[in-house]
Structures are given as structure tokens and as C-alpha cells.
Design a protein around this ligand. Structure first.
Ligand code: GAL
Length: 507
């Protein structure tokens, strides 16, 4: 029994917390994980107005804006310092951005896109340009004045204001407060590489927080520059960089419950299309980021995108899982080491599952199931309903494990490379970046989330979002998939009417 003393202690602590402003970030943004494009993975410091605007036009032309890729994010290396005679405000590099940042923002807004900006909670950015530490208010006001809609905020040269959660969160909160004070809704994306457990405090000040060192275009390559490798890597003190997608997924597996509407675990920008992974690996990468509710920020050169990569990034059945209104991440249910079947002897297979919003009107919601094959060989993988629904009851006791389900393959309707090629050709054939995407001639029948949100489309059972029914799985049964080397299978399970269950019971 809770004593009066304890109750008043709890009340006092609660009141104290509220008085120091511990509440979730309340800018109304990123209710589902943010989507967009960032130049860093493909271009590094080679940034310019031309790059951003050409890319933005292609995001529109290729239908990617319609799919939800909204923010065009400029990363590091864009400034030439501060202007002492103008309140020490940041100056955009006049060679890279001859018309200034406000003009870029205007052009992006005219296309219906958002403008993302980069700075650093330190003296310098990671590229050595002026950082925002100590200049939070002036920089937030500058960004708001330019029409910025998004801030990625990095962690280099932080002057030692790190090492525990209080130091890091206070430093990041200062910019969050400055952004809020501008009155302009600016999505706030923390980039401190998982240092000081940002998943514990990030949601109180920001919309997302990076959980690891920088991603690398590799499925599972071990690299000394990214320590803490392997399925048990937890509590990593050294974020590093050159982290494979498998490495980052392992790190994500420990903190899935931290994802929530308005605040997401950021697994870093996508590498799809950057060329060093196989098609199967990119399918796995995109599937993993989608189920873990990571922001989906494309990181490739859209101007030279290959049809197969456009098809991956355009898979609405997968994006619909990421943008599902339930806003809860899938969780890893098992991982098995399969030593010996992989060149580096550390391969694994794993299964993730998670609840989606119910779209059938029934009692039990849809469920997403992801199987990832880390072996170098094609592998037949099995997922039992008992394991898929283990959150709702152990060893098959969950009511859902005792029902029958439709199994919908979310990669079955992947756009063909021919169709993707025709979408690409329809834009470049005009030779004119302002000609625009013509939905009636190319890509007709594609999903348009700017006209109907994923939430509405799912509620309306839009077939473009639900994949293909391939089979059904009976009560206490097993789903089996033959999965490519380093590939993935991704399914949406949908409850069959209980009538079928009853019939089975009667047999
Ligand atoms: C890193 C960050 C990268 C990129 C880079 C720019 O710290 O994680 O995503 O922004 O800095 O220098």
C-alpha cells in the first residue's frame, strides 16, 4: 500500500518536474517519422544552391514528394563565418549560395517542400565551420528569418559540455528553446550520435535523435572506426563512424520503446542508391529503417538515381509501415548467430515484429513482421505466431497467436525497374527541370500522400499500401520465407475473420 508520505513525495517530484518544463516537445511536428533528403552521404561538403534546387525539382518530378519526402536538408559546410556588424549572425557562403538562403527557402517552398538547415551545438561544426554554441538565439532567429523548417544539430567541438545526460540535454535544450521562441515551427533533429543516451531525454526537447555514429554504405562490414559491433553491443561509449546498417540496427534493438509520435530514434540517413550494397541489401536496409520508425531521409544523388533504387525508395507499402499512425516501433524478437555461413563468421538471422494501427475494424491490429537474413547464402527463415506475438503473451498464449492471419508481402508490389526508368525518363527527357512531374502520364496509380495521408489511406484500405496477400497462416502456425543473402522479407499480417478460426476449432 502506498503511504500518504509516498504520495506527497510523488506529487512534489511531479510538480518540480513540471515547474522546470519537463514536457514533450510541443511543436506539433514529426507526428510520424520525418521524410526527406540530405546531401551529406553522397556529397559531403560539396554543397550549393544548384545541388539543392536540382534535387528538389527531381524529388517532385519523380513523385517522391507525393510519397512524403518533404524536407530538403542542407548539411555541413555552408557558411563563411559570422557578421560582427550584424549581431554576429551567420553568413551563407556567397559562392555556394549566391542568392542567399532565403531565396533557396522560397524556391523550395514554392515546390511544396520544406527547407532543412544544419548547425552544431559546439564551437565549430564537424567540418570546422562556425558552430552555434553560445549563439543559439541569434542563429535560431536567422534560420527562422530565412524560412527554415528543420534543423539538424550536430555535436562536434562541444567544449566538454557532454559526458552525462544533464550536460548534453542542457546544451541541446538551449537551441530547442531558441527555436521555439522564434514562433516558427522548426523540426528539431538532434545529431549527437547516441552520446549520453539521447533517447532518454530527446523527446522532451526535439523531434528525433541520432542513436549511433555515422552510417556507412555497407550491410555488415566490421570497421574499427565504429566500435561496439555485434548483436550485444549496448551502452556504446564511442559512437565512431563507418557504422554498417547491421551495426546500427543492433543498437536500435535495445531502445525501440523510446520511439513515439513527435520523437523518433534516428538510425541516420539512408544509403539506398549510393552504390556499395546489393539490391537485396538496400531492400533490407530500407525495411529495417521503416519498421524501427526511423526518419526516412534519402542520402543518395537523386540526379543519377538508378531505376531499381527509385523503386525501393518508392515502395508505399513499406513507407506506410513507417508512417503508421500507431507510432510504435517494431521490436526484435530473436536473433541467432549463424557462425560459419558468412565470410566474416559473424552472420546472424533476426526477426522483428510490431503492432500497426488496426485497419480492419476488428479487435486485433495488423502486425508487421520483418525477417533479415545476414547469411551470405539464401536462407529459408521461419517465424512462428508465438514469437511474433510474444509481447501479448508468452509461448503461444497470446490470443493473436491462436488466430489465423492473412500474410501480405510488402515487397510484392515493388515498382518494376521499367516503370521507374520511365518516370526518370519523363523528367530528364524534357531537359528542363521546371517541366514537372506529370502524374497522368507516368507513375499513374502511385500513392499521393499529400492528397491523402497514410493514416487516411490505411483507414480506407488503399490497396497501394497493403502489399499482396501471398498466403494465410493458421493458428499457432509459422510463416516461412526464402530470403536472399543479406536480404529481408517484410509482411503485414491482417486478422482473418474469427469465423475461420471457429471453423478450424470445430474440425
Ligand atoms: C557528423 C554527422 C553527419 C554529418 C557530418 C557533417 O557528425 O553525424 O551526419 O552531418 O557530421 O560534418
Amino acid at each position: 500500500m502506498v503511504s500518504f508520505k509516498e504520495v506527497s513525495f510523488v506529487a512534489a517530484v511531479t510538480a518540480a518536474l513540471f515547474s522546470i518544463g519537463v514536457n514533450a516537445v510541443d511543436n506539433g511536428l514529426a507526428i510520424t517519422p520525418q521524410m526527406g533528403w540530405d546531401n551529406w552521404n553522397a556529397f559531403g561538403c560539396d554543397v550549393s544552391e544548384e545541388l539543392l534546387l536540382q534535387t528538389a525539382q527531381l524529388i517532385v518530378d519523380y513523385g517522391l514528394k507525393d510519397l512524403g519526402y518533404h524536407y530538403v536538408i542542407l548539411d555541413d559546410c555552408w557558411s563563411v563565418g559570422r557578421n560582427a556588424s550584424n549581431n554576429n549572425s551567420l553568413i551563407a557562403d556567397p559562392e555556394k549560395f549566391p542568392r542567399g538562403m532565403a531565396a533557396v527557402a522560397d524556391n523550395l517552398h514554392a515546390l511544396g517542400l520544406g527547407f532543412g538547415m544544419y548547425s552544431d551545438a559546439g564551437k565549430y561544426t564537424c567540418g570546422g565551420y562556425a558552430g552555434s554554441l553560445g549563439y543559439e538565439t541569434v542563429d535560431a532567429n536567422t534560420f527562422a528569418g530565412w524560412g527554415v523548417d528543420y534543423l539538424k544539430y550536430d555535436n562536434c567541438f562541444n567544449e566538454g559540455y557532454a559526458g552525462n545526460q544533464q550536460l548534453s540535454s542542457a546544451r541541446y535544450r538551449t537551441m530547442g528553446n531558441a527555436l521555439n521562441a522564434t514562433g516558427r515551427p522548426i523540426l528539431y533533429s538532434l545529431c549527437n550520435w547516441g552520446e549520453d543516451y539521447p533517447w532518454n531525454w530527446g523527446s522532451t526537447i526535439a523531434n528525433s535523435w541520432r542513436i549511433s555514429g555515422d552510417v556507412f554504405d555497407s550491410f555488415d562490414m566490421a570497421d574499427a572506426r565504429c566500435p561496439c559491433d555485434g548483436p550485444d553491443a549496448w551502452n556504446c561509449g564511442l559512437p565512431g563512424f563507418h557504422c554498417s546498417v547491421t551495426n546500427i540496427m543492433n543498437k536500435a534493438s535495445f531502445i525501440v520503446s523510446k520511439a513515439q509520435p513527435g520523437g523518433w530514434n534516428d538510425l541516420d540517413m539512408l544509403e539506398v542508391g549510393n552504390g556499395a550494397m546489393t539490391d537485396a541489401e538496400y531492400v533490407a536496409h530500407f525495411s529495417m529503417w521503416a519498421v524501427a520508425k526511423s526518419p526516412l531521409i534519402m542520402g543518395n544523388d537523386i540526379r543519377t538515381i538508378a531505376p531499381a533504387d527509385l523503386a525501393i525508395l518508392s515502395n508505399t507499402a513499406v513507407i506506410a509501415v513507417n508512417q503508421d499512425p500507431s507510432g510504435s516501433s517494431a521490436a526484435r524478437r530473436w536473433i541467432y548467430n549463424t557462425n560459419g555461413t558468412d565470410a566474416n563468421g559473424r552472420a546472424s538471422i533476426q526477426m522483428w515484429s510490431g503492432n500497426l494501427a488496426s485497419t480492419t475494424g476488428g479487435t486485433y491490429s495488423d502486425m508487421v513482421v520483418l525477417l533479415v537474413n545476414g547469411n551470405d547464402a539464401t536462407t529459408v527463415m521461419n517465424a512462428t505466431l508465438a514469437n511474433i506475438f510474444v509481447d501479448s503473451g508468452p509461448v503461444g498464449t497470446a490470443p493473436q497467436a491462436q488466430m489465423s492471419w492473412e500474410v501480405r508481402d510488402l515487397w510484392a508490389n515493388r515498382m518494376s525497374s521499367d516503370e521507374a526508368a520511365s518516370i526518370i525518363a519523363a523528367s530528364s527527357a524534357t531537359g528542363n527541370a521546371t517541366a514537372g512531374y506529370n502524374a497522368t502520364t507516368v507513375g499513374s496509380g502511385r500513392y499521393n500522400s499529400t492528397a491523402m495521408s497514410y493514416k487516411e489511406g490505411l483507414a480506407a484500405n488503399s490497396t497501394l499500401l497493403l502489399g499482396n496477400v501471398t498466403t494465410t497462416v493458421q493458428a499457432l502456425g509459422t510463416i516461412t520465407a526464402t530470403v536472399d543473402p543479406h536480404g529481408a522479407a517484410l509482411f503485414r499480417l491482417r486478422a482473418l475473420p474469427t469465423g475461420s478460426l471457429r471453423k478450424r476449432d470445430e474440425l
